[in-house]
Design a binder for this molecule. Structure first.
Ligand code: PMP
Length: 455
């Protein structure tokens, strides 16, 4: 059995037979060999315990092998794994109704997929059919998936290939007020930033990002588009938060240009941002379509598109079919995830522990010259590392790797992101406690201090 394979043999297979490119993102000099998980904890093959603050990239929403969800999955495994959409089976209807009930009107029609990429592909198709337009705009730094279509939406060179993919996808400047070319301010109510006067008004830096988007309609797209896509807080991009009103203004403008607005909630959905169940609610906007995956089923492969009956009608002229999408097992698991989030008050916990983490991390930002920015909401957190605060140049990959490795060696797993790999990402299972947060803060403080002493 695989448990008996040596670590060298496992690495050998990974290098030669198993998507060798993943070695690029294995990150650690001494890789972690995961064997088992329970809630916010992972154990490696030697029995060493790690606190998992990356959660399979914001996917393990209610904890590894969460007992309630696992029990539901076990029961469903004995009852029915798979059937096809030509039959009516209760799990899919029950779950579609439950999911739709959590979205505001008129977002009530659900299509199931198996992943975020598939959901975003389907969203683009629907948007084009509904609007009769072709072009789609996304924000630079975003990640929306790895399919040929979704790589066009994605705006991060690491995931781009020199092939013809997804024509009609355009990326505009991301209103990243920390690293973006035009700077700006968030004007946000956040525990880590004083509320500044809103600078989104005409003539200010933040407004320039919005002007840039508008300019595309004179230069890049045929004055009409099918859709505008954005994550409410960028995930892979490094927890980039947009200034107040950016999405609101953009949604309005896009609609004037015949396009629909799509919120990619693959990372930010299901209570992760704490204050709201969906990330878009934090921007005070109402999308025409929402795409979800990752945390929807706590790691079981599943995704969905939720849209309006009107949009669904124009899509429904053909037949859309997905063999595994919304299978009984996935729906039973996802349904149990929703129950667990509610029963165990995980959204509330995201607010409480997330705000605590942000507040304490902001103190470390003030203490260390190489912590440039701390941002996020709930348990979708980014810590952007810099060479120094004056230049804001990204902390080089070697330095990032040292801090990352040290954090892991002290027992905590976090993620990395941002266009230059300069942002640590913290997106733990939503069952993490304040004590866990304290442990991480002590470890991270030590890792940064160790690096400062060495350099
Ligand atoms: N959208 C976002 C915001 C994501 O973070 C990801 C995955 N990192 C995707 C879409 C694609 O999801 P999947 O890997 O399930 O295809």
């Amino acid at each position: 059995p695989y448990q008996d394979m040596s670590k060298d043999r496992l690495l050998d297979i990974r290098k030669n037979n198993c998507n060798p490119m993943t070695m690029k993102v294995t990150y650690y000099k001494k890789p972690v060999f995961i064997n088992q998980g329970y809630m916010q904890w992972l154990w490696d093959v030697d029995g060493r315990r790690y606190m998992d603050l990356f959660a399979g990239v914001a996917t393990v929403s209610v904890g590894h092998c969460n007992p309630k969800v696992t029990e539901t999955a076990e029961k469903q495994l004995r009852r029915l794994w798979h059937t096809t959409a030509i039959y009516v089976y209760p799990q899919i209807q029950e779950y579609a109704e439950k999911l739709a009930s959590l979205l505001p009107d008129p977002l009530k029609v659900v299509y199931f997929t198996n992943s975020g990429s598939e959901a975003n592909d389907l969203a683009v198709l629907m948007a084009r059919l509904y609007t009769g337009n072709f072009d789609v705009i996304t924000l630079r730094g975003s990640y929306h998936g790895g399919s040929p279509q979704a790589t066009g939406l994605t705006s991060n060179a690491d995931y781009k290939y020199p092939i013809l993919s997804s024509m009609g996808c355009h990326n505009t400047m991301c209103p990243d007020v920390f690293r973006g070319l035009w700077g700006g301010s968030h004007c946000r109510d956040s525990p880590v930033q004083t509320i500044r006067e809103c600078s989104c008004s005409p003539g200010t830096n933040t407004h320039t990002y919005y002007q840039k988007l508008k300019e595309m309609f004179a230069t890049t797209v045929p004055n009409r588009i099918a859709a505008f896509f954005a994550e409410p807080i960028q995930g892979v991009g490094g927890a980039v938060q947009f200034p107040k009103n950016y999405l609101k203004d953009t949604y309005q403008f896009v609609r004037e240009k015949g396009g629909i607005c799509i919120a990619d909630e693959v990372q930010t959905g299901f209570g992760r941002t704490g204050s709201h169940f969906w990330g878009f609610q934090g921007h005070n906007v109402l999308p025409d379509m929402v795409t979800v995956a990752k945390g929807i089923a706590n790691g079981f492969p599943m995704g969905a598109v939720v849209t309006t009956a009107e949009i669904a009608r124009s899509f429904g002229k053909g037949v859309h079919f997905n063999t595994f999408g919304g299978n009984p097992l996935a729906c039973a698991v996802a349904s149990s995830v929703l129950d667990t989030i509610k029963e165990d008050k995980m959204q509330e916990n995201s607010t409480e522990v997330g705000t605590y983490l942000l507040t304490e991390l902001a103190k470390l930002r003030d203490k260390y010259e190489i912590i440039g920015d701390v941002r996020g909401k709930g348990l979708q957190i980014g810590v952007e590392m810099v060479k120094d605060k004056a230049s804001r140049d990204p902390l080089p990959p070697v330095a990032m790797a040292e801090i990352f490795e040290d954090t892991k060696d002290m027992g905590v797993l976090i993620g990395k992101g941002g266009l230059y790999g300069q942002t640590f990402r913290i997106k733990p299972p939503m069952c993490i406690t304040k004590d866990d947060a304290d442990f991480f803060l002590a470890v991270f403080n030590q890792a940064v201090q160790n690096y400062m002493e060495r350099r």
